[in-house]
Design a protein around this ligand. Structure first.
Ligand code: DOR
Ligand code: ZN
Length: 357
């Protein structure tokens, strides 16, 4: 990594948690990731969800086609596909996934936890044990949306309660299962991942590093700051910053970029999800610099993820420039718009090749 006063050059990062959607939105959002990121773990919560290897293969083809149509062949980008775990996913589907060479993880959405999670899992160990055993056997990572859905549990406590009710019993039962605690949002989560035995890691988003829950209510309700797991108190943001910048190989970059058209966010019942991908590296650099840890950015963004997933690091480099840059208020998608995270805010860093500059 090469840090100077005016620029920052690092191994090209990967995005270990990305929602690319499908159809027209897919075509529009791809260019926000391509160039910046070499690869991305692509979330399977489409409608209908991607529950079978054949569906993932077809979705991968649509992504590659969209890439070819929009970014051109010169832009290399590799989608790493995932399957959506249900109560009925058979162990055979895991063996198929392992043989396919295109599936890199299986995603757990507790049923009802978030966008398109209705087909998710109702009782992880009760319903999915043999499938999880197959995953452990073949080394297929379980990518976990770590929130309980019990309506009696306060929404701000759902991640911490998930650790006790789901994560610990799961990892006691299957100690060799590779687990990614996705989009970590709490001090309890950061401490658990830091201290636990066995193959566990976590992704951290730019929004959970840069904002606390006050951002949801800053002068009025701010639907574009609403995501799940929801933003937490400042002590949690501080713990996440410490985890991301502290040198542990267990924490790595995952934007959880989750685009919803403007009207779906600015609504009486707005969708959860922040559109973070297009300015992600500038956002992460801003967060790391805020605690004087820019030197840790490359490990977090480009090295720790490949090591956990058993993949080589990217050969290409990317450069961020120190240049004050104001994120646009909105990006057009056909006749509609997406509002990116931090719209209207000025950052001290800019990814020179960003598609939307
Ligand atoms: O905020 C979120 N949006 N959290 C999720 O878990 C899903 C995502 C989406 O797909 O929109
Ligand atoms: Zn997500």
């Amino acid at each position: 990594m090469d840090i100077s006063i005016n620029s920052l050059t690092l191994t090209q990062p990967d995005d270990w948690h990305l929602h690319l959607r499908d159809g027209d939105i897919l075509r529009s959002v791809l260019r926000g990731s391509v160039g910046q990121f070499g690869r991305a773990i692509v979330m399977p919560n489409l409608t209908p969800p991607v529950v079978k290897v054949e569906q993932a293969a077809a979705y991968r083809k649509r992504i590659l086609q969209a890439l070819n149509d929009t970014a051109g062949e010169t832009q290399e980008f590799e989608p790493l596909m995932t399957l959506y775990l249900t109560d009925d996913t058979p162990p055979d589907e895991i063996y198929k996934a392992a043989e396919s060479g295109i599936i890199y993880g299986v995603k757990l959405y507790p049923a009802g936890a978030t966008t398109n999670s209705a087909a998710g899992v109702t009782d992880l160990l009760g319903r999915c044990l043999s499938t999880l055993e197959a995953m452990q056997k073949v080394g297929m990572p379980l990518l976990m949306h770590g929130e309980v859905t019990d309506p009696k549990i306060d929404i701000f406590d759902r991640e911490a309660v998930f650790i006790d009710r789901v994560m610990i019993p799961l990892r006691d039962a299957l100690p060799e299962l590779k687990v990614v605690f996705e989009h970590l949002t709490t001090r309890q989560g950061a401490e658990y991942v830091r201290d636990a035995a066995g193959p566990i890691a976590a992704t951290i988003t730019p929004h959970h590093l840069l904002y606390n829950r006050n951002a949801l209510f800053n002068g009025g309700i701010r639907p574009h700051m609403y995501c799940l797991p929801v933003l937490k108190r400042e002590i949690h943001r501080q713990a996440l910053l410490e985890a991301a910048t502290g040198g542990s190989g267990r924490f790595f970059l995952g934007t959880d970029s989750a685009p919803h058209l403007r009207g779906m966010k600015e609504s009486a019942c707005g969708c959860a999800g922040c559109y973070t991908a297009p300015y992600a590296m500038a956002l992460y650099a801003t967060a790391f610099e805020s605690v004087g840890k820019l030197d840790q950015l490359e490990a977090f963004a480009s090295l720790n993820g490949p090591r956990f997933y058993g993949l080589p690091v990217n050969k290409r480099k990317i450069t961020l420039e120190r240049a004050s840059y104001t994120i646009p208020d909105a990006l057009s998608v056909g006749d509609d718009e997406l509002v990116p995270l931090a719209a209207g805010e000025t950052l001290p860093w800019r990814f020179a090749d960003a598609a939307y500059t």
